[in-house]
Design a protein around this ligand. Structure first.
Ligand code: F6R
Length: 242
């Protein structure tokens, strides 16, 4: 595991975006695994800047996201499809048909998970998977549980996740209770993983996930086993690291 200590999320985003841009330039194409939430926002802002400066093209990139809320369609401002369109996809030249998220309003959620599993198999391997970490150690929406779940699945969001994500909604009651998420082995099969963590609020969980036992009670702890993990974190998030 490589740890890059940065001053703040701006510097972290610059480094993460540089890794992504270098890969695209080297390969000419790439399959990228994206996350939503606060942590990757500066990475996306830097990618947009680089695109606007003519430094990189996403025309041959395929983008596959980790998760989506059940019950929100892509036009809902809090859906992850909307987030990705707003923060990144509408501002770069990626082909919309090459951007993939689970469909949160699928009538048959089991069939939707199967569709996403097939899609990920077709797109695999993901070259770089970007991750944030939840306060309870979730990655994607793989919440703490008794075992690691391999494939795409529907998950009941834990009370702490609902509380944390309520900052994006008018009221906590508006936060969807379920989500569709990529599973742990799908995340782990990425060729390389970048884990972003900023702020004091992530310090406890970052230490627990990366320096303690590997357990499905802290899903991010599985990342210790990944051979090409880069952690980009600020001083505050690394404060309790030993
Ligand atoms: C989002 C996702 C989540 C977030 C995590 C951290 O697609 O998969 O695992 O990465 O909840 O969220 P932020 O970055 O908002 O602290």
């Amino acid at each position: 595991m490589k740890i890059i200590r940065v001053k703040n999320s701006l510097e972290g985003g610059a480094i993460a975006s540089r890794m992504i841009i270098d890969l695209i330039k080297e390969k000419g194409s790439a399959t990228l695994g994206f996350a939503t939430g606060s942590s990757p926002e500066t990475t996306y802002a830097h990618l947009v800047e680089a695109y606007k400066a003519g430094e990189v093209s996403f025309a041959d990139v395929r983008a596959v996201n980790l998760d989506e809320y059940v019950g929100l369609d892509g036009s809902h401002p809090q859906s992850y499809r909307y987030f990705m369109n707003e923060k990144l996809f509408s501002k770069i030249d990626v082909k919309r048909e090459n951007t993939y998220l689970p469909n949160g309003i699928a009538e048959d959620l089991t069939a939707e998970c199967e569709r996403y599993n097939r899609l990920i198999s077709t797109l695999s391997p993901i070259d770089i998977q970007l991750l944030g970490i939840g306060h309870n150690g979730h990655i994607g929406f793989n919440e703490p549980s008794e075992s690691f779940i391999d494939g795409t699945h529907v998950v009941e969001l834990s009370p702490s996740t609902i509380e944390a994500n309520s900052r994006f909604f008018e009221a906590e009651n508006d936060v969807p209770r379920r989500a569709i998420t990529m599973g742990i082995s799908q995340i782990m099969s990425a060729k390389s993983i970048i884990l972003l963590a900023f702020g004091e609020g992530k310090s406890e969980i970052l230490r627990a996930a990366l320096t303690r036992e590997i357990t499905p009670h802290i899903p991010a702890s599985i990342l210790q086993k990944h051979e090409n993990l880069t952690v980009i974190a600020d001083r505050e998030a690394l404060a309790k690291f030993d």
